[in-house]
Ligand binder design. Structure first.
Ligand SMILES: Nc1ncnc2c1ncn2[C@@H]1O[C@H](COP(=O)(O)OP(=O)(O)OP(=O)(O)O)[C@@H](O)[C@H]1O
Ligand SMILES: [Mg+2]
Length: 389
């Protein structure tokens, strides 16, 4: 057989570089060669070895392409290398689930949702385009220790994640939702997740569950959502510190941000885990934090109107709307409760005359938040007159 001059190989190689949008430098970085070497492969000055060519399979995106396997074998053939063996085929072209698999855990059903288009856009960009490994939605700007306001809770973190997950789920092989409400042991949470992402193959609890989960997050594209993360932290004086025997969650957050994988952990919390604060600085391209604030005037009013449609045509409410929104800080949970209170009172004027007095239900809600604060923070709240002793 006449010795090939590999012209066809070079043309194909160029084509896949182009399709993947790769420069010589970018490919060089991915397959650990110099960019000069890449340009010499392309100009047929040097012959690319088979194992080096195999390293191009993922950068060229073959596993994602419909005829990727055929194209890959063609490329190998043009260079005079033999095709992928069945074992290599399995390794480089793992069988993917045909459709996204869901394990929504005990997620509640999302129904009514308004606004947040900017936040949704930003989160979608971070997760899909920038391929962030860890994204956290927190309900305030600073750290748990300094946050005092009612924006801590009910600002819409869960609702926003639900909306986002519904929107982007088809980009993932697996979507898993877990609540850390009541601080379940990490072993329990990880065993359940690993069982699901391994298609029920890996069912035994392991001492090395974090490492094992990371292996799956590398092999399969998973969207993992952890809600109510603040519950693994202590309340009161030690807010910001993990509860006893829950410190390993910190390692999970740290490793997910630090170690390469192709999945995303979306995390909702009233307090920001210290490891995430740290990762958001040291791995800022792939770890992001979104501080969620209240809804705007118009969106807030939609919440009111959703609870009671009569509110949509109330000049009396129009006149007070700014004050109500300022008091509730656009917090959707508070707005819902206020709208329900006014409805059950049956008289808007009476309610407004009481200057938005809080019903027992709202007090109960605030009491739960106050429980999480330190003595010093509580003192400030008493001093501000936001709560009574
Ligand atoms: N954008 C929205 N549109 C409509 N309703 C919303 C929106 N955001 C939040 N809500 C409603 O407000 C309430 C509080 O929202 P959510 O539970 O998401 O808050 P949260 O920040 O997760 O609170 P927590 O800190 O207690 O977990 C829920 O009843 C939710 O349905
Ligand atoms: Mg929530």
């Amino acid at each position: 057989m006449a010795k090939k001059d590999h012209k066809m190989f070079a043309a194909l190689f160029d084509r896949y570089m182009r399709i993947a949008g790769l420069t010589n430098e970018q490919l060089a970085d991915k397959i650990r060669k110099s960019s000069t070497t890449i340009s010499r492969y392309r100009s047929r000055e040097i012959r690319i070895k088979r194992d080096t060519l195999l390293k191009c399979i993922n950068p060229f995106g073959f596993p994602e392409r419909e005829k990727g396997l055929e194209e890959c074998n063609e490329l190998l053939g043009e260079m005079g290398h033999h095709e992928l063996s069945p074992a290599e085929e399995k390794e480089h072209f793992p069988e993917k689930p045909k459709e996204t698999r869901f394990d929504w855990g005990n997620r509640r059903e999302a129904n009514f949702f308004v606004g947040r288009s900017k936040e949704l856009e930003k989160l979608e960009r971070w997760i899909l385009k920038d391929e962030c490994r860890l994204v956290s939605i927190v309900g305030f700007g600073g750290t748990g220790k300094t946050s005092l306001s009612i924006e801590l809770a009910g600002v819409g973190k869960t609702a926003l994640s639900e909306q986002l997950a519904n929107k982007i789920c088809s980009n993932f092989d697996y979507v898993i939702w877990r609540s850390l409400y009541s601080a379940p042991p990490i072993k329990e949470i990880l065993t359940g997740i690993i069982k699901f992402v391994s298609d029920q193959q890996d069912v035994e609890p392991s001492e090395h569950s974090i490492a094992k989960l990371l292996e799956y997050l590398q092999k399969r594209r998973c969207l993992l959502i952890l809600d109510n993360v603040e519950d693994i932290f202590q309340a009161g004086e030690y807010v910001g510190e993990y509860r006893k025997n829950r410190e390993e969650y910190g390692k999970l957050f740290k490793d997910i941000g630090k170690i390469f994988h192709k999945s995303c952990l979306l995390l909702n919390s009233r307090v920001i885990p210290p490891e995430i604060e740290w990762s958001a600085r040291s791995h800022k391209d792939v770890v992001k934090v979104l501080s969620l604030t209240g809804l705007n005037m118009e969106e807030g009013r939609k919440i009111f109107n959703h609870v009671n449609n009569d509110f949509a045509h109330s000049p009396e409410l129009d006149a007070q709307w700014q004050t109500i929104m300022a008091n509730a800080k656009g917090n959707p949970f508070l707005l819902e409760r206020l709208a329900e209170d006014i409805t059950s009172m049956g008289n808007l004027s009476e309610f407004l005359a009481k200057k938005y007095a809080m019903s027992w239900d709202l007090k109960d809600f605030l009491a739960k938040i106050v429980e999480r604060l330190s003595a010093a923070e509580k003192e400030i709240l008493y001093w501000l007159g936001m709560v009574t002793k």
